[in-house]
Ligand binder design. Structure first.
Ligand SMILES: NC(=O)C1=CN([C@@H]2O[C@H](COP(=O)(O)OP(=O)(O)OC[C@H]3O[C@@H](n4cnc5c(N)ncnc54)[C@H](O)[C@@H]3O)[C@@H](O)[C@H]2O)[C@@H](O)CC1
Ligand SMILES: [K+]
Length: 509
């Protein structure tokens, strides 16, 4: 498991060391040395060009100035621009003593540089870049699209170290060098702005045990543990049965995609609750699916999937059956908002149920929760109003956690970085580089994969933790898209579905 902590917790961890009477500045020296080493290595790709260091007023700028001092000693051509109201005194002195050059922001010529060290704001930032710093970064942003590499010190400046919220303008980094441990932005909303993350240890990492990670990422061996692989004595019922109540006459595609995605996970059987004319369509596309027309309560399944493309009264009843069932349910699309009403009438769900909203659906869910379950809302959120979609997108970690806490269910909040929050407060994230995934139908495929994987786990005596299975589903979804032309071209939902078996085979190694 790879863990990330809030900037606040890391500051708390450092505090006793940096405020000790005997403190000799060694933490910053180690941090700056690590930054310098990575900068020198990255600069190899831009040999013969100059290095520009953007320096802010705090210790992040101090790291930048000390790293620049090391680079000067190695003979690199370095310029620094001071962009804060002041600069780290000893760092600036060391830089000047080494013959370091300070340049005026107005006379900055971006074309001279092959590498920028972004040391304007770190974990002490409040809000985004302002004034001259914002102007300079805005100018450089257009250049970095072309040919300048960027190394961020701790976090790309303008990114919130506690939440990952992005306050533009931000220089997207090729590499981010952070200290002690990853911070929230490195595994959350701002991850795509951080580039490759390098952690430099400062010798006080043992103290991390005193802090809870804010967000974690599963490694490949942990993902594999959540995958149920059949053995010689398995048969279709030991492999899990997933009951699917998706699609409608209005949206038949959601039913086609979710059932086929589920079948492609290797689940023992998919039972599909028919509405209208869906049976023939489903069976033409995926003959493996077993359709039923009786009440879902009469079916024996290990997991339910409901909500995707579900409109009309029959599907509304189906969503309520899935919510009330003792088996775990994947509650997608229309079922997300319905869950808010159900929870206010019946109390919270079990952890093994999974809500799978995108930010817009989560907004709707939270608006309903704040209106229908006000006392619970107040206990969890306080006096704050329900967030807008934009606010959720800027702090997905927090709002996924809130939704999980309010509903009792596991919440998988979809995005380029997907967050999976459990009611115990733990959050996993999954990064996807398959940006072509953002198309209609893609979510139906994810819900189908999730239904298949949950059903397979539930058929075991010891199922993997729900959040781990959700993370696995998200990874398989993204990898299935990447398998389509390496993710470099469009990946319609149908193409993702077709790649699921191969993505699973690759993941299992
Ligand atoms: N505490 C330590 O000993 C260590 C700190 N380290 C570095 O120090 C950084 C944290 O240092 P600081 O606490 O000084 O914080 P920062 O360097 O992030 O900056 C804080 C300074 O910027 C100002 N500021 C805050 N928000 C601003 C905004 N939006 N626009 C303009 N100015 C703003 C503040 O008034 C303050 O002067 C870390 O990110 C890391 O790079 C490392 O050297 C490791 C050791
Ligand atoms: K920075």
């Amino acid at each position: 498991m790879i863990n990330a902590y809030t900037a606040e917790d890391i500051r708390r961890l450092e505090e006793p060391y940096v405020t000790a009477e005997t403190y000799d500045g060694s933490l910053m020296r180690k941090a700056a040395y690590g930054l310098y080493k990575h900068a020198a290595q990255l600069h190899e790709q831009r040999a013969d060009s100059r290095i520009l260091v953007l320096v802010g007023s705090g210790n992040n700028g101090g790291d930048g100035l000390y790293a620049a001092t090391h680079l000067l000693a190695d003979g690199f051509a370095v310029d620094a621009v001071l962009l804060g109201s002041r600069a780290h005194t000893e760092g600036l002195e060391a830089y000047k003593d080494a013959g370091g050059n300070l340049i005026d922001p107005d006379s900055l010529d971006p074309s001279a540089y092959g590498l920028i060290i972004d040391a304007i704001l770190g974990t002490g930032a409040r809000g985004g870049l302002r004034d001259e710093a914002a102007t300079v970064v805005n100018r450089l942003r257009t250049e970095t699209d072309r040919d300048i590499l960027v190394i961020a010190c701790d976090v790309p400046s303008g990114v919130d170290g506690n939440t990952g919220a992005v306050h533009q303008p931000v220089l997207p980094a090729d590499v981010t060098v952070t200290f002690i441990a990853r911070k929230v932005p490195h595994l959350s909303a701002a991850e795509h702005l951080c580039g490759r993350v390098e952690v430099v240890e400062l010798g006080i990492e043992e103290d991390l045990a005193k802090y809870e990670p804010a967000v974690s990422r599963l490694e490949i061996h942990e993902l594999r543990q959540a995958m149920v692989v059949p053995g010689p004595y398995d048969h279709k019922y030991t492999r899990g049965v997933c009951g699917i109540l998706t699609g409608s006459e209005e949206y038949p595609g959601a039913a086609l995609l979710s059932t086929q995605a589920c079948v492609n996970t290797g689940v023992g059987m998919v039972r599909f609750g028919v509405v209208g004319q869906l049976a023939s369509m489903i069976n033409l596309r995926t003959p493996e699916v077993v359709c039923f027309t009786s009440s879902p309560e009469e079916q024996h399944v290990q997991a339910w999937l409901a909500g995707s493309g579900a409109t009309g009264e029959a599907r509304e009843r189906d969503i309520d059956v899935a919510l009330a069932a003792s088996e775990p349910a994947i509650l997608d699309a229309a079922a997300v908002a319905r869950t808010a009403q159900w929870v206010s009438d019946n109390g919270v769900l079990e952890t093994n149920n999974i809500l799978t909203p995108h930010a817009g659906e989560l907004e709707e869910f939270l608006v309903w929760m704040s209106a229908l379950s006000y006392s619970t809302w107040h206990r969890v959120v306080g006096d704050e109003k329900a967030p807008t979609r934009a606010e959720i997108e800027n702090d997905p970690l927090r709002w996924a956690k809130v939704a999980s806490s309010l509903s009792g269910a596991t919440v998988l909040l979809k995005g380029a970085v997907t967050h999976i929050a459990s009611p115990d407060g733990k959050v996993l994230s999954v990064r996807s580089d398959a940006h072509y995934l953002a198309t209609a139908g893609s979510g139906d495929v994810l819900s189908g994969i999730l239904g298949g994987l949950i059903a397979q786990n539930e058929a075991q005596t010891k199922p993997a933790p729900t959040a781990h299975v959700a993370a696995l589903a998200s990874v398989i979804h993204s990898n299935s898209a990447l398998l389509n032309n390496g993710g470099k071209g469009p990946t319609p939902a149908s193409a993702i579905v077709d790649n699921i078996p191969t993505a699973i085979a690759y993941l299992l190694g």
